[in-house]
Design a protein around this ligand. Structure first.
Ligand code: ADP
Ligand code: MG
Length: 253
């Protein structure tokens, strides 16, 4: 069965996009058929995988708003087995335009119908908000993966996210599962980072991934080269940790 995994946290800068790109690429490297949906108007996953946004004629916006079939906006990437549906800035308008449409939260789920069997995993890189775009992701998803930055305010905002997931389960998607919380940008030199991991483990018993994503400068460089970490610097610590995460995700599904 295809797992559709929304990578969500309404906080910006917690490594949603970094995780979307690199987890997708590492699963593709293991031979899984993976599709990454860029659902953030910033389009960072799109450019991070080497797609030139100015050359696109269509993006996920057209799927959600103009009823364009999703297979018309699927692009291959440099990574074998990894395809992407790009986003451009007009998607920002989509957030507003969707609000006036009927079954507005279900658009993405419907769009997936014709392609879902073609993939083992579909990842959705969510925008940093809990608006109608994120609700589309959570409605279409089988699972949600929550990246959490190892910093002082890590737990702030999680209650709001959990309440949103509860509402989605009640009204839109009863079986939505939390596949795990992922600790990101861990710096072993600080006691704070270690404390934060403990706190998050208390908040999400059993749910925190064993793999912890350490800070690694190669991970922050890779997107400007349009590459996932496994092709930008295959031997880096960043590539290692995202490969570990890919294996852990396979164990959990
Ligand atoms: P989000 O999508 O949640 O807004 P990003 O994935 O864009 O977050 O990450 C925010 C910034 O942190 C980016 O500049 C990214 O390159 C950097 N970053 C993410 N993870 C790491 C890491 N493990 N080590 C170093 N830099 C990272
Ligand atoms: Mg992002």
């Amino acid at each position: 069965m295809t797992r559709v995994i929304a990578i969500a946290n309404q906080k910006g800068g917690v490594a949603k996009t970094t995780t979307a790109i690199n987890l997708s690429a590492c699963l593709a490297e293991l031979g899984k058929r993976v599709l990454l949906i860029d659902l953030d108007p910033q389009g960072n996953a799109t450019s991070g995988l080497g797609i030139a946004k100015h050359k696109l004629t269509k993006c996920i916006y057209d799927v959600l708003i103009n009823d364009v079939s999703i297979d018309q906006v699927i692009h291959k990437t440099e990574q074998k087995n990894l395809n992407i549906v790009p986003a451009r800035i007009e998607l920002a308008g989509g957030e507003i335009e969707l609000v006036s449409q009927s079954s507005r939260e279900g658009k993405l789920k419907i769009a997936f119908e014709g392609i879902i069997g073609d993939y083992d995993f579909i990842f959705i890189d969510c925008p940093p908000s809990l608006g109608v775009l994120t609700l589309n992701a959570l409605t279409a998803a089988t699972d949600v993966l929550i990246p959490i930055q190892c910093e002082y305010y890590a737990l702030e905002g999680l209650t709001l996210l959990m309440n949103t997931l509860e509402r989605v389960r009640k009204h839109l998607n009863p079986n939505l599962n939390i596949i795990g919380a992922l600790m990101t940008m861990f710096d072993a030199r600080t006691n704070l980072a270690i404390q934060v991991v403990d706190e998050v483990k208390k908040y999400f018993p059993q749910k925190v991934f064993k793999t912890i994503i350490s800070r690694n400068v190669r991970l922050s460089e890779a997107p400007s080269h349009g590459k996932a970490i496994n092709s930008y610097d295959s031997r880096s610590r960043g590539a290692e940790v995202y490969r570990e995460l890919a294996k852990e995700v396979l164990e959990r599904v």
